[in-house]
Design a protein around this ligand. Structure first.
Ligand SMILES: *Cc1c(COP(=O)(O)O)cnc(C)c1O
Length: 380
């Protein structure tokens, strides 16, 4: 038996939707792109959406639209995928890491405040594992210091914060449709915003900075005419990927329900188990449960990881603090240390969490974790 930590769910409907587009006139930008963007807007309540080739490109687009450039600092969390900080580097800006809250593992608002300088331009909070950050406090800080907020919601499609859907709370919100995320397009991403100016910048940026929009052209030489107004990229998504996204989105409520059931089952099974910390659940929102993290004593983490893998349970660790990577170490982050982030990282393991995980598989994971922890304890 092999149980991965995350896995996509693709059914006949999804396959049919993709095949239909493959047989149509458009492979890349066609009607499905807009339909997918509109469907995500309808689901989240966001006003505008721009689909991107992947979540990382979407984060890059958001940093561009936010006007991040050389000399600008952007505060984010070290407990995230590297892309949340790399997107700032792409624009020539400087990521600054604020420590996480020791209980939620999300960026700590009080440390954001401590890291603000006159160069700070934006905050990129990441809803780690799908649990919303303390957005009210983050928005209050942003307002006080005149900063933009770009939510990295790659883990949080379908999460709510104070009864509001993630996707409408901040200047921009970024999604990923990588296969381990809530819904997939293979590779794919999106930026959501309620701001028309940001939306226009995102549209230009993801297609070379080129436009045919008569309202934007400086002149018009004829029907063939287009202009490059900015230096953009080819960050477009394909039509058949968006057809998959539309089909997947229909199943999102079921996916979320399954993830929430799996989380509740783990929480119940692990309640009171010594040497094991279950995820904190915020009273401010409803997690989308992208990941289910447990923390164990640091001296057991590697052993537990290896033993679970040997038992066919393909656990993972999310994440190595971003500043600890050699690239960051070499580029000015050698002395950076966020104590809560490191303490968390040293004990963390992500257990299998995906909609198709069966009760039988989950029981096997739970029994194996408990058995191993008991064995380690007996040796102490
Ligand atoms: C997956 C992920 C991304 C990047 O998404 P891709 O679609 O893989 O480029 C960014 N941030 C976080 C937190 C992620 O988990």
């Amino acid at each position: 038996m092999q149980i991965p930590y995350g896995r996509q769910w693709i059914d006949e409907e999804d396959i049919k939707a993709v095949v239909e587009v493959l047989q149509s006139d458009y492979l890349t930008t066609g009607p499905m792109v807009r339909e997918f963007e509109d469907a995500i807007c309808e689901y989240t309540g966001a006003k505008y959406a721009v689909a991107f080739a992947n979540g990382t490109a979407a984060l890059h687009g958001a940093c561009y639209a936010a006007g991040i450039g050389v000399g600008d600092e952007v505060i984010t969390t070290p407990i995230t995928f590297a892309a949340s900080a790399n997107c700032v580097l792409y624009q020539g800006g400087t990521p600054v890491f604020a420590d996480v809250d020791a209980r939620t593992y999300n960026i700590a608002p009080e440390d954001i405040e401590r890291k603000i300088t006159e160069k700070t331009k934006a905050i990129i909070p990441v809803h780690f594992t799908g649990q919303p950050c303390e957005m009210e406090r983050i928005h209050a800080i942003a307002k006080k210091h005149n900063l933009l907020v770009i939510e990295d919601a790659a883990h949080a499609l379908g999460a709510t914060y104070k009864d509001k859907m993630i996707g409408t709370l901040s200047d921009m919100t970024v999604l990923s449709f990588h296969p381990v995320k809530h819904i997939t397009t293979g590779e794919g991403g999106m930026v959501l915003t309620n701001d028309e100016e940001l939306y226009k910048k995102l549209v230009l940026f993801h297609t070379h900075g080129i436009t045919r929009n008569p309202e934007l052209l400086t002149k018009n030489e004829g029907g063939w005419y287009y202009e490059q107004l900015e230096l953009g990229y080819n960050y477009r998504i394909t039509d058949f990927q968006c057809a998959l996204g539309i089909s997947q989105l229909k199943k999102l409520p079921m996916f979320l329900e399954k993830r929430r059931e799996i989380a509740a089952y783990y929480n119940h099974a692990f309640a009171g188990v010594p040497n094991l910390t279950v995820p904190y659940q915020s009273p401010d929102g409803d997690s989308a449960w992208h990941l289910y993290m447990i923390c164990v004593p640091a001296e057991w983490r590697k052993r537990l990881y290896d033993d679970l893998r040997a038992a066919g349970i393909l656990v993972n660790v999310h994440y190595i603090p971003v500043y600890a990577h050699p690239y960051y170490r070499k580029h000015g982050y050698a002395e950076v240390c966020c104590p809560n982030a490191e303490a968390y990282y040293n004990g963390a393991i992500s257990l299998p969490m995906y909609p198709a995980l069966s009760v039988k598989e989950q029981d096997y994971v739970i029994d194996t974790v408990k058995r191993l922890l008991r064995a380690y304890e007996a040796e102490r």
